[in-house]
Ligand binder design. Structure first.
Ligand code: ATP
Ligand code: MG
Length: 417
């Protein structure tokens, strides 16, 4: 086992990492335009932060968290998602006392003990955005828009935006009663997990992946039919805002989301292109989470996006990633003097901002050329005793296979022109 990565984890070799750099760069860029600032919070929190934040009747808290006691006997949990930590930091540093709203974005590792399968890992990564401090549906539209624009800019098609309202505690109570009354006659048929959900959080049953439960809830009352006036108006407003932005969406009364903290707006970006794990991005409004975690009564709205799933979808869409940067200059040397000179030249070119390489395995000159080819260098600079004596390098354009002499002081200019 010592030479195998744990189940549900993935190594990212350099041939993959450059794609991640590209994605992270694109995400930072769009966040900047939308006025979101990056927040970085610890990779683990006191378990309580997640238990209270996400809600202890959810799958994440009940079955999926990596929780352990540290040597000081504190219960610690590795981040299963990004919102709770961001909220904890927002409260701890009294950021609510600053100008509102607060707009954060993050890129984070996440850990959930799940059954690994395509698009479902135990250690995965998320992009996320959060807006704290405004109850206005303009904020909901803004977070949905940034998700839509980001995915579109990446060249992803075949995505559907589904939205729903999960109401507020007041209207949810009525729905809960209606739902329980509907489910009561089927109680014995429900799966084990849903039997416990029945009392604690019956709305979760609508989201159950077991076929039996799925069948049972088909005609169950949905939250949308029970929205109070306030929630109904809010839901209409989100839709009006999305229409104004010309962002296509579909109302999907089945979206309840996997975390308990959502109120009113809930949404997902989904696709059928990457198999069963089709939710690329999920989020919504959480008007009581900040208070729940010990802060003032401040509303929030945001989303989390699975980076692995975005990559899968880009691959399914055959999106071309920008090519990796090429080596600008490979320095090939013959003889001891040339080697030292080359070493210095290589560093100087790097200091001037070029990607420069030379051989460190004592290859002969033929081997060095072959290596330059393998590195896909744009130019190879050949230096031997003759060149040193004349104060030139022999510069070979590797794409055109042309070679000419260039004086030392002109090298940088020749390569960059
Ligand atoms: P799912 O229904 O797929 O389990 P979820 O409702 O648990 O998703 P969220 O908690 O809302 O998902 O997380 C936001 C996003 O993070 C998901 O839409 C998905 O893209 C990604 N994600 C969640 N769990 C995993 C996982 N185990 N592996 C990879 N990506 C994940
Ligand atoms: Mg899940």
């Amino acid at each position: 086992m010592a030479n195998i990565a744990p189940k549900g984890t993935k190594d990212l070799l350099p041939s993959q990492v450059y794609k991640w750099h590209y994605l992270e760069g694109k995400f930072a860029e769009i966040c900047k335009k939308y006025g979101f600032k990056e927040i970085r919070t610890p990779m683990f929190e006191h378990t309580e932060v997640f238990a209270r934040g996400i809600g202890d009747t959810t799958d994440v808290v009940q079955k999926e968290m990596y929780t352990f006691n540290d040597h000081g006997n504190r219960s610690i949990t590795l981040k299963p998602e990004g919102t709770s930590g961001a909220v904890r930091a927002f409260i701890e540093h009294k950021q609510y006392a600053e100008v509102q709203p607060t707009k954060y974005y993050y890129v984070t590792d996440c850990f959930r003990y799940e059954k690994p399968q395509s698009g479902r890992l135990r250690h995965f990564h998320q992009f996320g955005v959060e807006v704290f401090g405004t109850p206005n549906m303009l904020a909901d539209a803004e977070v949905i828009a940034i998700g839509h624009d980001f995915l579109t800019e990446l060249g992803i098609k075949d995505l559907e935006l589904r939205i729903n309202s999960v109401g507020c505690p007041a209207c949810r109570k009525k729905h809960r009663e209606a739902l329980k009354a509907f489910l009561q006659p089927h109680y014995e048929e429900l799966c084990g997990t849903c039997k416990t959900r029945f009392d604690k959080n019956p709305m979760r049953i609508i989201d159950c992946k077991s076929e039996v439960c799925h069948e049972i809830v088909k005609d169950a009352p949905r939250m949308l039919e029970y929205l109070c006036d306030d929630c109904k108006a809010a839901f209409e407003e989100v839709q009006e805002n999305l229409n104004a932005l010309e962002i296509p969406f579909e109302v999907d009364p089945d979206i309840v989301r996997g975390l308990d903290y959502y109120t009113k707006t809930a949404f997902e970006f989904v696709t059928t292109k990457i198999g069963a794990q089709g939710t690329v991005c999920g989020g919504g409004r959480y008007d009581h989470l900040i208070e729940e975690l010990g802060g003032p009564p401040i509303p929030g709205v945001g989303w989390g996006m699975g980076i692995e799933r975005v990559l899968m979808l880009m691959e399914a869409n055959e999106v071309e990633f920008p090519a990796e940067d090429r080596v600008d200059a490979f320095i090939a040397v013959m003889g001891d003097e040339a080697k030292k000179f080359g070493l210095k030249l290589c560093r100087e070119l790097r200091q001037k901002g070029l990607i420069a390489e030379m051989d460190t395995l004592a290859r002969n000159i033929k081997g060095q050329f072959k290596y330059a080819g393998r590195l896909n260098a744009k130019y190879t600079l050949v230096i031997g005793d003759d060149e040193l004596a004349k104060g030139v390098v022999s510069l070979k354009d590797m794409d055109k296979s042309e070679q000419r002499e260039v004086r030392f002081e002109d090298i940088f200019e020749e390569i960059t022109k």
